[in-house]
Design a protein around this ligand. Structure first.
Ligand code: PDD
Length: 293
């Protein structure tokens, strides 16, 4: 069945939706995006995603095409019209269409495209078994805090992981893990503390990260926000990743080395359960909008 997608004010069957070949998202990756998960037809952590959208757009001097409330109304309409129970709503804002030239064009009107994708979020095999990752050099640009659609390094990293027979890749820079190819990366050290890189330009400021760190603190688990090395990760008790589309997933193998006993650890499992519960009840959403903006 064809989906209904949103393009610049119109709801259209996906086959009828079009964007200009001069769109700068297409020509220059001059565009940003957000992925919000939908659990039981309810948006998860959406204020945090919309706050980050505003921040990404501000960094690139692209005006917000609609207000946050208007964007959320479109998201809800798409969920309804596509009868989406579980999955994601994707949104992308580009600088708009103009003759190809590098500087920001004076008259381009931003484009807003949104669509849904159905997928299971809670009952997934990877949550039970954990995932395996390999490390790859972080060859991305230096403003990874901007959620741009320029994702070729991530595409190549995921492809390399797939060809190596594992699920995903962790980026490494100066011997330290930055983050996963499309998620934030964490370890649990011998002291039982969670270690994850602090926010900066080198990583995306994950909305799920913010909620998960709040949940950790509420559970009296200490969090060390600092970079960690691959060697620390190999020796860790547990490892896990977070993102809007996977929530919390345990990592059980890095570069062929078993983490802990090779099965999902108790802290990763607990945080996943707490996150799913918070997503179902809508807890934590307001606070994250503030802490992420
Ligand atoms: N990716 N780091 C990177 C590089 C990411 O691409 C993502 C999200 C995250 C986690 O951010 P959040 O918790 O706000 O989803 C961290 C999305 C899901 C994607 O590209 O599909």
């Amino acid at each position: 069945m064809s989906r209904i997608v949103y393009v610049n004010g119109e709801y259209l069957p996906e086959e009828a939706a079009t964007i200009s070949v001069f769109d700068r998202g297409f020509l220059f990756a001059d565009a940003v995006y957000e992925v919000t998960s939908v659990l039981e037809a309810r948006l998860v952590d959406n204020p945090g995603h919309l706050a980050r959208l505003r921040r990404s757009l501000e960094a690139l001097c692209i005006p917000m095409p609609l207000t946050e409330d208007e964007i959320e109304a479109v998201q809800r309409t798409l969920i309804e019209r596509n009868r989406l129970q579980n999955g994601i709503v994707y949104l992308q804002v580009t600088r708009g269409a103009a003759d190809r030239d590098f500087p920001y064009p004076k008259k381009a009107i931003p484009s807003l495209v949104m669509f849904t994708q159905a997928r299971p979020l809670v009952d997934v095999p990877a949550a039970r078994t954990g995932i395996k990752v390999i490390s790859v050099p972080d060859i991305r640009w230096a403003r990874r805090d901007i959620k741009t659609v320029g994702l070729l390094a991530q595409v190549m990293a995921k492809q390399k992981a797939l060809e190596a027979g594992v699920h995903d890749a962790w980026f490494v820079q100066d011997r330290k893990v930055t983050e996963g190819s499309s998620n934030n990366a964490y370890i649990v050290n011998a002291a039982g503390n969670i270690v994850t890189r602090r926010l900066g330009n080198e990583i995306l400021h994950g909305v799920t990260r913010s909620t998960v760190l709040d949940l950790s603190k509420q559970s009296n688990i200490l969090v060390e926000e600092r970079a960690f090395t691959l060697e620390e990760a190999y020796e860790a008790r547990e490892a896990f990743v977070t993102s809007a589309s996977i929530f919390v997933l345990p990592v059980v193998e890095i570069d062929g080395r078993r983490i802990g006993d090779g099965s999902p650890g108790p802290i990763s499992r607990r945080l996943r359960a707490l996150y799913v519960e918070a997503a179902r009840t809508g807890e934590n959403q307001e606070e994250n909008a503030t802490s992420e903006s």
